[in-house]
Ligand binder design. Structure first.
Ligand code: MG
Length: 384
């Protein structure tokens, strides 16, 4: 029996994780839940799953939850809050596995703490790997504790890497849907509206990641994530546009063999893989091969997707540049969604912030968070 600490339990990955716990009660149980601001959902989850600890974003929300649990006659659940509360969940001695699914750098400290505590981590939060991948992977290696990717592409790569040795890998191919603007004439990019950009062809996701898919910055973050998770250079990572989103990613070996992972586009599959690794439990998630008609792969155009070029450049420099790429993008996407800048203003802002960033390699999580704040301030000042 694996007892889980789920960071980001009320988000979509958190809820999918809980649906797997529901499906496999003989395999998984809930030890701790870190929710955010959604007290109603946190209350429902606490009553259903009876974790030992549950954390909310603020002291006030945690107090409200504690009161509601008391009124409902539910005893024995400790309510905590804030960054300390999330860390209390991720390091809980009773937890055997941590699912890290808090969006943004907010989940970084708790994820690091989980690794330091020797807990295997299922990582859905790519910002953690982009901002602090060097620190996290080093800590994981030293403690011999696995980091299992839940991001669908990296999960696919993790699966394909099981058949060959590290020095036999030639390229990691990350697939990308290409987003809604794959074929839009270039001169129309400046007039793309938030409503158009929020329509993703194959996945339903949060607002920032949907915009990041339209600019392909998301794929750029995934390139950096792949370098860190699989210990390869940026030159060994390639991106291919695959509009069907059926092949979740591929690994090309030095002998010329290319291995691909194909499955339904359902996040429960990578979550189950991460939770169960190195086993493969039977599931109901089937893919009908007979439905498959064609698979297209195209080279992405850096002129159409400058964010992808910027990400490869940041990946080469590492450290502060990767942190700045992520931070500047989040600020720029916020400004785009508020109608303050146009779509092409997103890569322009990131490029300026990167140009103003000095090469540095933060060695601690505190230094990473300081570099993150600095890059955000720089982006905001640019947008003023
Ligand atoms: Mg992905």
């Amino acid at each position: 029996m694996k007892r889980l600490a789920i960071l980001g339990s009320t988000g979509s990955i958190g809820q999918s994780t809980l649906s797997i716990v529901e499906q496999f009660p003989e395999r998984y149980a809930v030890a701790a839940l870190a929710a955010g601001h959604n007290v109603d959902e946190a209350f429902a989850q606490a009553v259903r799953w009876r974790p030992k600890v549950i954390s909310l974003a603020t002291e006030e929300l945690a107090g409200e939850l504690a009161l509601r649990l008391r009124q409902a006659g539910v005893a024995g659940i400790e309510t905590v809050h804030g960054a300390k509360g999330t860390i209390a969940c991720s390091t809980l001695p009773e937890a055997d596995f941590v699912v890290s699914a808090i969006v943004g750098v907010a989940g970084l400290e708790a994820t690091h703490a989980a690794i330091l505590a020797g807990k295997p981590v299922g990582l859905a939060n790519k910002e953690c790997m982009v901002a602090a991948g060097e620190i996290l992977t080093r800590a994981a290696r030293e403690r011999k504790t696995p980091i299992l990717p839940i991001d669908s592409e990296h999960n696919a790569v993790h699966q394909c890497l099981r058949v060959g040795a590290h020095n036999e890998v030639k390229f990691i191919w990350l697939t990308a849907s290409g987003g809604p603007f794959r074929q839009l004439p270039l001169d129309q990019f400046a007039s793309i509206t938030p409503e158009q950009a929020l329509k993703h062809p194959t996945w339903v996701m949060g607002r920032r990641i949907t915009i990041d898919s339209a600019t392909m910055l998301n794929k750029g973050l995934e390139v950096i994530e792949a370098c860190r998770l699989f210990d390869v250079t940026p030159q060994q990572v390639r991106v291919t546009i695959h509009p069907q989103s059926t092949v979740h990613s591929l690994v090309e070996y030095v002998d010329g063999s290319i291995l691909a992972q194909i499955s339904v586009t359902d996040m429960r599959l990578p979550i189950l893989y991460a939770l169960a690794w190195p086993e493969r439990p039977k599931s109901t998630l089937t893919f009908d091969l007979a439905e498959l008609r064609r698979l297209d792969f195209e080279q992405p155009d850096f002129e159409r997707f400058p964010c992808l070029r910027l990400a490869f450049e940041a990946a080469e420099k590492g450290g502060a540049h990767c942190i700045a790429l992520n931070a500047a993008d989040e600020v720029a996407v916020g400004a785009f969604l508020e109608g303050r800048i146009c779509f092409t203003g997103i890569p322009r802002t990131i490029e300026k912030v990167l140009a103003a960033t000095a090469e540095a390699h933060p060695a601690t999580i505190a230094e990473v968070l300081a570099a993150d704040r600095e890059a955000r301030e720089r982006a905001r000042a640019l947008l003023e």
